[in-house]
Design a protein around this ligand. Structure first.
Ligand SMILES: C[S@@+](CC[C@H](N)C(=O)[O-])C[C@H]1O[C@@H](n2cnc3c(N)ncnc32)[C@H](O)[C@@H]1O
Length: 518
């Protein structure tokens, strides 16, 4: 039996585990947010009271035998970190990036990719296990979970990265990412394998420019400093690139020993980008952030150079190539190549394309009327519209809806209508009911919280023959699938797609069909 399938041996303890105490444990699995888990049955105190404890172990991988130190306790769950590897897991590999590792070591502990020490094959295997466990916990058959579709080349996959200006633990100027769980220190990135070699090499140049200018990172504590974030977006299918410098809203900022107008600093930023990388950016922005306690953050964008939007394309089944104009604030799936795979999976299950699941039994069927709920900038609905009679999208963010309408126009798609508002509320509106007509298929892609009660009830009232549920959270997916299967739906399959290699995040596409009524 391999170590990862063995269990911890029961322990006799004089008292329940306390802060700072050391334990030798076997990591048996992972939590949904990527921490190692060890479950231990214990006999505690002179009465030998039987108690089961769980340890959540930072950076622990299934199969690791480790010495851990307890940090904190929440009921019977203890958070602990590894002090010694007694026998590392067979799944462990050397991480590619120098910033992986323990945050106590300078230059390590990046919160970007927590699974880099797991081989990619084992990442997929463990994510699949996590999904199956959620299904078991919610009494959904885990046999419905198909093998995860991994990414062909799981490096340099992101089309957007947002970096923070700040200071390191040694109070040095830094531009990079926060270590996991930290908001007040920034890890200075010298390399990053998530977006591109270009971004990885360009980031230190921006940091040097800011330091030479004598600019200061914004500090939450005394609200001093000017620089907040730097975002770089790349069109993976178009080669376009957008850079956005985000600062406070102050009209002037400290530049060394002088105060300089913010607009002047923005012009110098543009001049620097154009001299350092004259052909690499198709769009340059400076954005001021207004952050007030208790209020939604406001962004004032100043377009400095090139195109006001980033153009990205998606290659989809049915020989479709769709174009998307992405404004700095617009949401777009962060992994273009895997989003194509995810959307192809959705399309396959719609039965709209020849050879898709359900296509055979519906040969010669009328074109379908479809709902795209939580539609964001309309990408899923736009992929389906060319094969459907009509699509209606609903999305909470009015900006995203504006973008969705522009995207429809840009792609010459006129059989799609978008409504701005809360899904639960819009589904009851007369204007929506009239536009939607009889619905054949509903696609939902909610945020991590899943379908809220009202949306679930409205969905059941519509009672569509088929539902496709796209989810970024297996826990709420399992909850909602259990609820829908108790309300007349059969779960046909759950297809995991790895959208975020080297992180614990997982995406699933579930297909549900309404039972035939007797
Ligand atoms: C996971 S994203 C899906 C985006 C889109 N389907 C895509 O693939 O690009 C979830 C979307 O739901 C929207 N949203 C969140 N709560 C909502 C609600 N109550 N009603 C409507 N939309 C909501 C968010 O603004 C976000 O755009």
């Amino acid at each position: 039996m391999t170590a990862e399938f063995m269990e911890n041996t029961p322990l006799e303890l004089p008292h329940s585990p306390r802060h700072g105490e050391l334990f030798d444990l076997l990591v048996e699995g992972l939590t949904l947010d990527g921490m190692g888990v060890a479950s231990v049955s214990t006999l505690v105190g002179p009465q030998k009271q039987p108690l089961n404890y769980k340890f959540h172990i930072r950076k622990g991988l299934p199969g690791d035998r480790v010495r851990v130190q307890v940090e904190t306790r929440n009921k019977r769950v203890f958070l602990a970190h590894i002090t010694e590897y007694l026998e590392p897991s067979k799944m462990r590999i050397e991480p590619r990036c120098r910033h992986f590792g323990r945050r106590e070591i300078e230059g390590q502990g990046c919160g970007g990719c927590t699974f880099q020490s797991l081989s990619y094959r084992h990442q997929l295997m463990n994510k699949e296990r996590l999904i199956k466990q959620q299904m078991i916990d919610h009494k959904v058959d885990p046999g419905l979970v198909y093998p995860m579709i991994g990414q062909e080349d799981p490096w340099y996959y992101r089309n957007k990265m947002e970096f923070s200006f700040g200071t390191t633990g040694e109070r040095e100027f830094a531009l990079g990412l926060y270590p996991k769980g930290y908001r007040y220190q920034v890890l200075n990135l010298k390399e990053c394998f998530l977006e591109s070699e270009f971004t990885s090499n360009f980031l230190p140049k921006i940091k040097d420019w800011a330091m030479e200018m004598g600019l200061k990172p914004y500090r939450e504590g005394d609200q001093s400093g000017f620089l907040r974030n730097l975002s770089i977006r790349e069109g993976k299918r178009t080669g376009e690139r957008m850079i956005e410098l985000m600062t406070t809203h102050r009209p002037q900022a400290e530049c060394g020993d002088k105060m300089v107008d913010a607009t002047e600093i923005a012009q110098r930023f543009k001049a620097f980008i154009l001299s350092e990388a004259p052909d690499d950016f198709t769009s340059i922005y400076w954005t001021q952030q207004y952050v007030e306690r208790g209020e939604r953050t406001r962004f004032i964008e100043h377009h400095l150079h090139g195109s006001p939007v980033l153009l990205e394309k998606m290659h989809l089944p049915g020989d479709q190539i769709l174009s998307f104009e992405i404004h700095p604030r617009a949401f777009f799936q962060p992994n273009t190549r895997q989003a194509e795979v995810l959307y192809a999976e959705v399309l396959k299950h719609t039965g709209l394309l020849e050879g898709g699941a359900g296509a055979e039994e519906e040969e010669g069927a009328e074109k379908k009327r479809i709902l795209d709920l939580y539609c964001g900038t309309g990408t899923i609905g736009l992929c389906m519209a060319p094969f459907a009679e009509h699509v209606v999208g609903i999305e909470l963010q009015p900006n995203a809806v504006d973008n969705a309408r522009q995207n429809a126009h840009k792609n010459g798609i006129d059989n799609i209508t978008f409504f701005a508002g809360d899904v639960g509320a819009v589904l009851k509106e007369d204007a929506f009911i009239e536009a939607a007509g009889d619905i054949d298929l509903v696609v939902v892609d909610p945020p991590r919280s899943g379908l809220l009660k009202e949306a679930r009830e409205q969905l059941k009232a519509i009672n569509p023959p088929r539902i496709i549920y796209v989810s970024c959270n297996p826990k709420t997916l399992a909850r909602d699938l259990a609820d829908l299967s108790a309300s007349g739906y059969t779960i046909d399959r759950i297809q995991p797609v790895d959208m975020f290699p080297h992180t614990y995040h997982v995406e699933n596409v579930a297909l549900l069909t309404r039972h035939e009524q007797a």
